[in-house]
Design a protein around this ligand. Structure first.
Ligand code: SF4
Ligand code: SF4
Length: 127
């Protein structure tokens, strides 16, 4: 499966996921990895420069590979329990858009799923 096919599969799986809004993914998982585009959108929404948003909202997860994620807080700093849900839903990071499924797009690692998500098994059964 090439990177394009894999991205299509992740989208297909995610579209079939009927989120139950249990909040587990936003309150219990720690590493929310950001792409440069994710950071750009977070900066834009908060009317900040990218440098300021990087300092304010992110931390280094893997210095060797320059990987950054949302600052480690549980629940995620963007989770709003009153919604309940994501306060930046429209611009949420790519990793949140494909949750509970994930994979590395550029290699042949398989798609894996987060089995703590109550909706993931149902989505897998539907394909
Ligand atoms: S863990 Fe699954 S069901 Fe629960 S909020 Fe996240 S995506 Fe939705
Ligand atoms: S950015 Fe939004 S969707 Fe992603 S973990 Fe935080 S609250 Fe949840």
């Amino acid at each position: 499966m090439d990177a394009f096919e894999k991205a299509e599969k992740l989208i297909e799986l995610q579209e079939k996921t009927e989120c139950q809004r249990c909040g587990h993914c936003c309150t219990q998982t720690e590493n929310i990895v950001l792409t440069p585009y994710d950071l750009k959108m977070i900066a834009w929404q908060h009317h900040q420069t990218i440098d300021r948003a990087r300092a304010h909202f992110t931390r280094i997860i893997d210095r060797d590979h320059a990987i950054r994620g949302i600052k480690k807080t549980l629940p995620c700093m963007f989770y709003d329990p009153l919604l309940p849900g994501c306060s930046i839903y429209e611009i949420r990071p790519a990793v949140c858009r494909t949750f509970p499924f994930k994979s590395q797009p550029a290699d042949d690692t398989p798609i894996v799923y987060y089995n703590e998500c109550p909706a993931s098994n149902k989505a897998l059964e539907s394909i």
